[in-house]
Design a protein around this ligand. Structure first.
Ligand SMILES: CC(C)(COP(=O)(O)OP(=O)(O)OC[C@H]1O[C@@H](n2cnc3c(N)ncnc32)[C@H](O)[C@@H]1OP(=O)(O)O)[C@@H](O)C(=O)NCCC(=O)NCCS
Length: 143
């Protein structure tokens, strides 16, 4: 398994989301028009992938494009169920933090569904809750 910054095309992102839709709560399709979302992620986000024999087993996409606020925003973060709790999520997040620091970003933000069991993962990883917007909690971290 390797973790690396690796650009994914929209069709590959869409396939990953469709094949693993059970990972996301609430389901991705109910929140966003998936095709448009994948095109946007592919065009604008930096991609960090966990790859095993060329298969994507974990994916973190982060918008590091607001150079005014110097704030990055994680738009998608997941590890396939069978590979969870093996430290892969931590390594993906570390790569994302490293990239942000190296490129002069000062903050990282993320929105998580308020009853997502992974909320603990983010709090343990150094994020703190900033506010609650509807069913989502905004998490923030200084880089
Ligand atoms: C969040 C996620 C990416 C973490 O990936 P992972 O590879 O399982 O994380 P790690 O193995 O690096 O875990 C790091 C730590 O967080 C804890 N942790 C991970 N997932 C957790 C969860 N769902 N609930 C509680 N704790 C969790 C682990 O126990 C571990 O703790 P430790 O370091 O004390 O042992 C993964 O759980 C996931 O894909 N969840 C579904 C998608 C999701 O909800 N994404 C976030 C919102 S979009």
């Amino acid at each position: 398994m390797e973790i690396k910054e690796f650009h994914l095309y929209p069709a590959v992102i869409l396939e990953y989301f469709r094949d693993n839709s059970d990972l996301f709560k609430p389901p991705l399709e109910s929140r966003l028009v998936a095709e448009d979302y994948c095109r946007k992620i592919s065009a604008l986000a930096v991609h960090f992938c966990a790859l095993m024999d060329s298969r994507v087993i974990g994916f973190l996409a982060c918008y590091y494009n607001n150079f005014n606020t110097k704030t990055g925003f994680i738009t998608s973060f997941s590890v396939l169920s069978e590979f969870q709790s093996k430290g892969i999520g931590r390594q993906l997040l570390d790569s994302c933090l490293y990239y942000g620091r190296k490129n002069g970003f000062q903050k990282l933000e993320f929105e998580v569904f308020y009853c997502n069991p992974a909320l603990n993962f983010f709090l343990k990883s150094g994020f703190r809750a900033l506010n609650k917007k509807g069913e989502f909690i905004t998490l923030t971290m200084n880089l």
